[in-house]
Design a protein around this ligand. Structure first.
Ligand code: NAD
Length: 467
């Protein structure tokens, strides 16, 4: 099937196309329109034309429109989930594509209800000073391939809710569900308010420097985020950058293993480890190290990796060949450096990009799989004997997205949580993002936050009226 760009409320075909490969079969299953910089210009023009009327709408009308988008997503959940599974490789069930689309609808509904009321700095006989939030203009959204629909929603919905118009560019690896989503959402939006231009990375580059785009919200790798920031400088675009993570989890000696093992597993292997804020380094105290390793491996043996369309699959593929080769290489290098492979450790033969759950004990800093973001189903486990040392090692990394502390003592866990250099810390869980809690990275994991009113405010400029 061939898909189209969405510009000014209409489906726009392109001359050339990119094949979209189903990573479970290794074969193309759909054709993505290959948008050009000229298509991008047309989308930006449409978004600029649509902006004044959309921004001027009464707040209640924009709220109602965004709530209607949630209904549309919900009504089309089966189709969108199947497209996500075919292009991304994650299972339909479990923490897979149905969960992603259900979450996208819930996030949309919650965002529709958010408000940024006028704040009065002074309001008395002497005068009034009022802080207003105004939409920025045209927002360019650039998304990655791991949660294609969910992340698009995280960008689009607060942008629209705040009164901006949007040009969205999905990853060339996973453009299909996003294009279909943008097409479906036209039912509840005036033409030009939401546009989608798929195509090669070049479109993302053109967006970052485009004079008609006022803000970029980008989710992707730290490397690309730096390029976006550099090319956005000339037009001084507003930026929200949600970048890579290398989250550490610190497991204290008093952890309740009975409840922690399954949660630690899914905190690391959610979406096959292709999750920005997943456990990517597991620090375990000496006294429980061997027990935890044994129980994690036993749990891993019960988890089924397979074609996402099969009802019993709990984990699917790595999304693309480049990432698959990277994970394989990181594991091979770690093995050569002396890690103990508790399970997995080599690709599953066949046409699909299946890599088994891999647990690596005796990992150490200095190994690439510890120092860098692996973004795949391989978890390095590191020993520690002194918790201060564990905190120092956890923090000794350029990333600062998430972290977690695992303990039966809430006060001890809290004291350690506050010492971690990251934007979100969970105690006895990991990666549990929610639409009302701001989420974002410190250090090289990003700039700005998403979600909640703080996230919504990032899609506005401040105007203070002194009267
Ligand atoms: P990526 O940086 O390769 O690509 C992301 C997007 O940027 C794609 O749409 C791509 O086409 C586009 N792009 C590529 N080059 C560009 C350029 N020069 N200018 C502008 N756009 C360009 O990232 P990916 O491999 O798709 O995603 C994986 C990464 O995303 C991981 O590092 C992961 O941690 C990160 N991520 C972060 C979050 C978060 O919230 N912090 C969430 C999900 C993923």
């Amino acid at each position: 099937m061939t898909y189209n760009l969405i510009i000014d409320g209409a489906a726009v075909p392109t001359e050339s196309h990119l094949d979209v490969v189903n990573p479970a079969t290794g074969r193309p299953f759909a054709r993505c329109p290959a948008g050009t910089p000229a298509d991008l210009d047309r989308a930006v023009e449409a978004a600029r034309r649509a902006f004044p009327a959309w921004a001027a709408k009464p707040d209640a009308e924009r709220k109602a429109a965004v709530a209607a988008l949630a209904d549309i997503i919900e009504a089309n959940l089966p189709e969108l989930a199947e497209l996500v599974t075919r292009e991304q490789g994650k299972p339909l069930g479990g923490f897979g594509s149905q969960w992603e689309i259900g979450g996208a609808a819930a996030w949309t509904r919650f965002t529709a209800g958010l408000d940024l009321p006028v704040e009065y700095i002074q309001d008395d006989e002497q005068g009034r000073v009022a802080l207003h939030r105004k939409p920025i203009g045209v927002v360019g959204s650039i998304t990655p391939w791991n949660f294609p629909v969910m992340i698009a929603i995280w960008h689009i919905m607060p942008a629209l809710r705040a009164g901006n118009t949007v040009v969205l560019k999905p990853s060339p690896y996973t453009p299909i569900a996003t294009l279909r989503l943008a097409e479906l959402l036209q039912q509840a939006l005036p033409p030009g308010v939401l546009n989608a231009v798929a195509g090669p990375d070049e479109i993302g580059r053109a967006m970052s420097s485009h004079p008609g785009i006022d803000k970029i919200v980008f989710t992707g790798s730290t490397r690309t985020g730096k390029h976006v920031m550099a090319s956005a400088a000339d037009t001084l675009k507003r930026l929200t950058l949600e970048l890579g993570g290398n989250d550490a989890a610190i497991v204290l000696p008093d952890v309740d293993l009975d409840t922690a093992v399954e949660k630690i597993f899914w905190g690391a292997f959610l979406n096959n480890g292709q999750t920005c804020a997943a456990i990517k380094r597991l620090y375990v105290h000496d006294s429980i190290h061997d027990a935890l390793c044994e129980r994690l491996a036993a749990y891993a043996a019960t988890v089924r990796t397979g074609d996402g369309m099969a009802a019993d699959s709990q984990l699917g593929t790595i999304q693309n060949r480049m990432q698959f080769d990277r994970v394989s290489k990181l594991v091979d290098a770690a093995r050569a450096d002396g890690v103990r492979v508790l399970c997995g450790g080599a690709p599953i033969e066949g046409d699909g990009l299946f890599y088994p759950v891999t647990l690596l004990a005796d990992a150490k800093e200095g190994m690439a799989i510890v120092d860098e973001e692996q973004f795949g189903p391989a978890l390095p486990i590191l020993r520690y004997s002194d918790v201060d040392d564990a905190v120092a090692r956890a923090n000794d990394n350029p990333n600062g997205l998430g972290g977690s502390v695992w303990s039966s003592d809430p006060d001890a866990a809290l004291a350690i949580a506050s010492r971690l250099e990251c934007g979100s810390v969970w105690i006895n869980s990991h990666a549990m993002v929610r639409p009302d809690a701001p989420f974002g990275g410190v250090k090289q994991s990003g700039i700005g936050v998403e979600f909640g009113t703080l996230g919504l405010a990032e899609f506005t400029t401040v105007q203070v009226i002194h009267q």
